[in-house]
Design a protein around this ligand. Structure first.
Ligand code: SF4
Length: 242
């Protein structure tokens, strides 16, 4: 019987030959609606970043680059997977995903609100422990030896807003789901420092006063400037003496 050979080369069309471009479809799907931010409403995820960058984001809206949106989408997949595993486990009485929190801050000088969402809030069987889980995806979990300051700041706000026993920052490697986790307990002094950062941001926003170029003058963090969407504006301001 004559052997029929599959002509593989005939199937190797370049993506430019295809009528359906999956890359474009992904980018259309991820295309986010950017809502203007409101001065007086702040978010736990922004307070660990450069304060000048946060400040700019309230006045100059910039769409997130498609490349960054794809990376966020992969990170969300990891978070969703962890949430599914928690829900499937019989170790917990309660598993709540995306639990909203709100902190109202008022003093003699100002007032503002902080809005956030806890990735996962779990209560163990028998109601023995209430725990907040903050999941972060990373490209190489082996490089992580301590939790990042910005992630500790974020979970500290959740620990202040929701009465729990402790929090866990979980780093999940996007390549292989290898996990590293760090236990974080509520600490009043760290919480006060985080609130002070919000007060600084709030002060500058309400006075329309550009805050210092925090990361540019920090040897350990200056590398992040090259990924900052406000790099050009910031460099111009520094050149003008701000
Ligand atoms: S370029 Fe650097 S210092 Fe300037 S706003 Fe961005 S992160 Fe901050």
């Amino acid at each position: 019987m004559e052997e029929k050979k599959l002509d593989i080369a005939a199937f190797q069309l370049q993506d430019s030959d295809a009528e359906i471009n999956i890359g474009d479809i992904i980018d259309e799907y991820l295309n986010e609606e950017t809502r203007p931010k409101r001065i007086g409403s702040y978010y736990p995820s922004e307070i660990g970043m450069c304060i000048r960058r946060s400040y700019y984001s309230y006045f100059i809206s910039k769409p997130t680059e498609p490349k960054a949106l794809r990376i966020f989408a992969l990170g969300n997949n990891v978070h969703e997977f962890i949430a599914r595993a928690l829900k499937d486990s019989d170790r917990f009485e309660v598993v709540e995903e995306e639990k909203p929190i709100k902190i109202n801050y008022v003093d003699g000088e100002t007032s503002f609100s902080i809005y956030g969402r806890i990735d996962d809030y779990v209560v163990s069987k028998g109601n023995t422990k209430k725990v907040i889980i903050e999941a972060k995806s990373t490209s190489d979990v082996d490089k992580i030896t301590v939790p990042e300051d910005k992630h500790v700041m974020q979970i500290m706000l959740y620990l202040a807003a929701e009465k729990t026993d402790y929090g866990i920052i979980v780093y999940a490697d996007k390549k292989n789901l290898q996990i590293k986790q760090f236990k974080v307990e509520y600490n009043e002094s760290v919480y006060n420092k985080v609130i002070q950062r919000f007060k600084d941001l709030d002060y500058h926003l309400k006075k329309k006063k550009l805050p210092p170029a925090e990361y540019y003058f920090d040897n350990k963090k200056v590398w992040e400037c090259k990924y900052c969407p406000y790099y050009n504006e910031c460099m111009q301001a520094i050149a003008n003496g701000d």
